[in-house]
Design a protein. Structure first.
Length: 401
C-alpha cells in the first residue's frame, strides 16, 4: 500500500462561511469560520487539532462528521467514522444504556452477536454497570460521556472524531481513555482529536494542526507545534506585531508590598543577555531588586511550556528562620550548569512572598529562553518530553537470542 492509498481523511481548500448581522448597518455579512484549510490523515494516525477558542477546531470536526456541509473545498472520508462532538452525542436519552449500545451497533452495521462479544467489556469500561438498564436521561453528564466514549471505542469504527472528550470525567477515567485510544490505534483505527488539554495532545497525538481564526498556522510533530509554537507563543495569531504576553520589566514592582525589580534576565558567562543557549553551555540568571519591607522576599521559578514548575529558588531559602533578608538592594545570581536541560522552550517567572511563605504576587513567563542540543539528533528531540537530562546508570543484559 503506497502513502496515497494509506490516507483515510483528506481535506483540501476547505472553507466554511456563516453570516452574521453587522451592528452598524444591520446587514447580513459573511463570516468565515474556516478558510483554505487542507490536511490529510493516515490510517492509524492520531491527529490533534489545537488553537484558541474561535479558531475553527470544532467546525472542522462537524464537517468531518457530516453534521454541517462545507461552503467550499473537498472532504473525503475513507472508512466508517464515529464521533463525540458534545456530551452524549449519539445517545438517545429516552432509552436505557443497554438499548443505546445495541442501537449504535446496528447503525454501524454490526450484528447482535458482534455487539454481544464486546458488551461486558464495554459496560465495565464505562463504569455505569449498575445503571446500564436505566434510561440515559437520568445519567449525570459524566455518565453520559463515559457511556458515549465507551460505545465508540468498543464498537466497529475506522475513524474516531473526538471533541474535548477527555475534558469530562475523573483522572482515572481519562487515563483509561488514553490507554484505550493507544490500543485501538495500534489495531489500525484513526483518531482526530480536538482538545485544549496539551498534556493529552502531547501524550497521544503523532501530529498536530494549529489553527487560528479559521486558518492553518502550522502542521507538524506534537512537540514542535505544542511546545515550540503554541505554548511558547511563537505562532500566536492573536498577538499583533510587537505585542507580547510576557510581563514587561517595569511592571514588576509593587507599592503595596514594597519591592521593585531593577534587572532580571538570562545571561552568558560574559554577562551578555541571551534568549537561547546550547545545552552544553553554562549560563546564569540574574535578579537585581530592591525591597523596602522586611517581610517581603522574591523568588524565581523555571517552568516548561506546559507551565509545569521545574525549579524554584529564593535567596531567603538559604537563610535561617531568624535571619531573614532586610530591606535594601540585592543582586542574586543563579548558575545553570551544563547539560541540565533537554532541547526545548522554557520560561522564568518571579513571585513575591512574605516571611511565612505566603505568596503575595506572581509574575509568570517573565523571561523566555530556548535550549538547543547538538549532541542529540533532531528526530530524537521530537520525542523527548522530559525537561532535564538525567544520566542514570544503565545496565543492558541480553537474556535470549
Amino acid at each position: 500500500m503506497n502513502d496515497r492509498e494509506n490516507i483515510v481523511v483528506r481535506v483540501e481548500n476547505l472553507d466554511k462561511c456563516y453570516f452574521k448581522r453587522d451592528g452598524a448597518s444591520g446587514k447580513m455579512v459573511p463570516f468565515y469560520a474556516l478558510r483554505n484549510v487542507s490536511f490529510e490523515v493516515a490510517k492509524g494516525e492520531v491527529l490533534g487539532i489545537i488553537g484558541k477558542n474561535g479558531s475553527g477546531k470544532s467546525t472542522v470536526l462537524k464537517i468531518l462528521s457530516g453534521i454541517t456541509p462545507p461552503t467550499e473545498g473537498v472532504v473525503e472520508i475513507f472508512g466508517t467514522p464515529s464521533s463525540i462532538l458534545d456530551i452524549g452525542t449519539g445517545i438517545h436519552p429516552e432509552i436505557s444504556g443497554r438499548e443505546n449500545v445495541y442501537l449504535r451497533g446496528q447503525l454501524l452495521g454490526m450484528k447482535k452477536q458482534e455487539v454481544d462479544e464486546v458488551f461486558e467489556e464495554l459496560v465495565a469500561f464505562s463504569g455505569v454497570g449498575d445503571f446500564i438498564d436505566t434510561a440515559v436521561k437520568h445519567y449525570s453528564s459524566g455518565m453520559f460521556l463515559r457511556l458515549a466514549f465507551s460505545i465508540i471505542v468498543h464498537l466497529r469504527s475506522d475513524i474516531l472524531l473526538l471533541d474535548e472528550v477527555l475534558a469530562v470525567g475523573d483522572a482515572s477515567f481519562r487515563r483509561r481513555c488514553v490507554a484505550k485510544i493507544n490500543d485501538i490505534v495500534e489495531r489500525g483505527c484513526t483518531v482526530v482529536l480536538v482538545s485544549h488539554d496539551m498534556g493529552t495532545v502531547m501524550e497521544i497525538c503523532s501530529r498536530v494542526i494549529l489553527l487560528d481564526k479559521g486558518r492553518v498556522l502550522s502542521i507538524g510533530s506534537q512537540k514542535d507545534i505544542v511546545q515550540n509554537r503554541y505554548m511558547s507563543g511563537s505562532d500566536n495569531g492573536d498577538l499583533q506585531e510587537g505585542e507580547s504576553d510576557i510581563p514587561k520589566l517595569k511592571e514588576i514592582q509593587s507599592d503595596e508590598y514594597g519591592y521593585k525589580v531593577e534587572r532580571f534576565g538570562l545571561f552568558d558567562m560574559d554577562d551578555l543577555e541571551i534568549t537561547e543557549f546550547e545545552s552544553a553551555d553554562e549560563v546564569k540568571i540574574l535578579l537585581d531588586y530592591t525591597i523596602l519591607e522586611n517581610n517581603v522576599n522574591l523568588a524565581m521559578g523555571i517552568s516548561d511550556v506546559m507551565d509545569v514548575r521545574l525549579i524554584d529558588d529564593s535567596p531567603v531559602l538559604k537563610l535561617s528562620k531568624n535571619n531573614r533578608m532586610r530591606s535594601g538592594r540585592y543582586k542574586v545570581t543563579w548558575t545553570i550548569p551544563t547539560r541540565l536541560f533537554n532541547a526545548g522552550t522554557y520560561f522564568i517567572g518571579l513571585y513575591a512572598f512574605d516571611n511565612k511563605l505566603r505568596v503575595l504576587k506572581i509574575y509568570n513567563r517573565v523571561v523566555q529562553f530556548t535550549v538547543t542540543d547538538k549532541s542529540v539528533p533532531k528526530y530524537i528531540q521530537e520525542f523527548q518530553r522530559a525537561a532535564f537530562k538525567v544520566d542514570l546508570k544503565m545496565q543492558i543484559q541480553r537474556l535470549a537470542v
